[in-house]
Design a binder for this molecule. Structure first.
Ligand SMILES: Nc1nc2c(ncn2[C@@H]2O[C@H](COP(=O)(O)OP(=O)(O)OP(=O)(O)O)[C@@H](O)[C@H]2O)c(=O)[nH]1
Ligand SMILES: [Mg+2]
Length: 485
């Protein structure tokens, strides 16, 4: 029987902290936006682009507060929570707009930022009160950590069974298969009922971590939990990070056995790492955007798509979703809107964007159904927070092809050509299937290259760089538009 992700004490803590928030800032409403996504899904880029567009008045034709002339502006303000590092917005923007422009590095630790938005409300009662203010809180974290959330509802025995089965059926490159095999050999050589010793626990944890690392290096879309095994931070070497899955023993389990020790450590990992992360950040969200690198999964084949679907469904079932009534709004807000976004839509031609949205819809169908049942509003979209390509038409033997033009990153390879990071190419990305159900059955032939960030950015009247995007304005409208009415 799966356990709920929060305990009664957690629930009480969340409710009290929300009341405390309301007492500290009674006049400024705060909207907590959850930017959810597995590693490399595009969270850091999304947040950077969001801040830049809102603080510099980006081109957002679908964002109604802006087009109606009611959006006055936004700025980064001090966050009342002083215990979490500030999101390195300026540093990320510098690297994206520098020359040469480079994408920011993969995130290694949690950070957060508060934006203050000022707008003219449409409500007549507010009209004579002057501008209205809204705080927008956003958290960024390594995507690996997200995979830990489903652990909250799994016992050690349940998690072990799933992890061992995955290792047995592992698909991947040669080093993944080798690492999985050595890990399984180590496991089968120990008796879970034998007396626990630290050297044995360390040896098993090392073999397990090596297998997790090999899976990640193979570019698996849904890297395997526990997320901190590959990014330990302060807890490196602690018992809470030194365990591995073990088969359930047949006989009675003594508290001094290896199995009992591993189980205690697994539970310690949950209570020291996963539960605080969930309670502090995810349990308090009002809105959520789920970023999914759908194109990369499609490119990797139906098995990767199926893997991704399972990972997303498991993760999303942990969030507190549903309708907000007067009581829940006051004491324990829930996520009332979820946007499922297929990121990096600039890798395909705009003629395929609607199809990409259809595929995204299919991929998160289960998760969306569950959220809707709880009362949340959901929507799927294809977007590029920062558009790295432009479109063109190439004629070949009298035939016209719709292509995308961009500079592939150094080291990218396609059709035997290795790119140097400086040469622009016109690429025919391929067509997406019209039928979303084909996603999980047949491979999609895409020409897929990773591109450099856009060079030579336009400037607006105030001299700020304008970041090109695809449907990013529609995403912002869905996520915060109604709060700015
Ligand atoms: N072309 C294009 N590439 C993008 C876009 N967004 C992200 N990327 C690419 O995807 C990579 C990962 O994006 P990030 O925003 O760093 O991903 P993340 O979700 O923060 O990943 P972690 O920090 O590892 O969890 C970037 O380095 C870019 O190469 C986009 O809108 N367009
Ligand atoms: Mg990141």
């Amino acid at each position: 029987m799966p356990q709920p992700p929060t305990t009664l004490t957690d629930e009480l803590g969340i409710a009290l902290s929300k009341l405390a928030d309301a007492a500290v800032a009674p006049f400024t409403p705060t909207l907590r936006l959850g930017v959810t996504g597995l590693s490399r899904a595009g969270k850091t880029i999304f947040i950077t682009a969001l801040i830049h567009n809102l603080t510099t008045g980006g081109r957002l034709p679908g964002f109604s507060a802006m087009t109606e002339g009611r959006f006055i502006g936004a700025r980064v303000v001090e966050h009342p929570d002083q215990g979490v590092p500030r999101f390195a917005y300026e540093q990320h923007l510098r690297s994206l707009t520098g020359s040469p422009a480079v994408w920011p590095e993969s995130t290694r630790k949690i950070s957060q930022i508060r934006l203050q938005l000022k707008f003219q409300s449409q409500r007549w009662t507010r009209g004579w009160q002057g501008p209205t203010v809204l705080n927008l809180d956003i958290v960024d974290y390594p995507g690996e950590w997200l995979l830990d959330l489903p652990l909250l509802s799994l016992s050690y025995a349940e998690w072990s069974a799933a992890a061992l089965k995955r290792a047995e059926n592992r698909h991947g490159n040669e080093s993944v298969l080798k690492a999985a095999e050595s890990f399984l050999t180590e496991i089968s050589a120990v008796d879970p009922l034998s007396e626990a010793t630290d050297p044995v626990a360390e040896r098993l944890a090392r073999a397990f971590t090596a297998y997790l690392r090999a899976s990640r290096e193979d570019g698996a879309l849904s890297t395997l939990p526990p997320g901190r095994f590959l990014m330990p931070g302060d807890l490196e070497g602690s018992p809470a990070l030194t365990f591995a899955p073990l088969p359930v023993p047949a006989g009675p389990v003594r508290s001094t056995s290896l199995h009992a020790m591993m189980e205690r450590r697994y539970e310690a990992y949950k209570s020291l790492v996963v539960r605080p992360f969930f309670r502090e950040h995810f349990a308090r969200l009002d809105r959520q955007i789920v970023l999914v690198d759908t194109l990369r999964a499609l490119n990797a084949g139906p098995a990767a798509v199926a893997d991704l679907e399972t990972a997303l469904t498991d993760i999303l079932s942990c969030f507190r979703q549903g309708d907000n009534n007067v009581l829940t709004r006051l004491v324990a807000r829930r996520i009332d809107r979820i946007l499922f976004a297929a990121t990096k839509a600039d890798h395909i031609h705009s003629s395929s964007h609607d199809r990409l949205e259809g595929l995204m819809n299919r991929l998160v169908a289960q998760a969306a159904r569950r959220a809707k049942f709880a009362g949340a509003t959901t929507k799927s979209i294809a977007l590029a927070a920062i558009r790295a390509t432009r479109e063109s038409v190439v004629e070949d033997g009298g035939q016209k092809h719709e292509v995308i033009v961009g500079t592939p990153q150094a080291g990218e390879v396609l059709d035997g050509v290795t790119y140097d990071g400086r040469t622009e190419v016109a690429l025919f990305p391929g067509d997406l299937p019209a039928d979303p159900d084909k996603l999980l059955s047949a491979p999609v032939a895409l020409n897929f290259l990773r591109f450099q960030p856009p060079g030579r950015l336009e400037r607006n009247a105030e001299g700020n760089a304008v970041l090109p995007h695809i449907r990013f304005d529609r995403a912002i409208e869905f996520l915060i538009g109604d709060w700015l009415r």
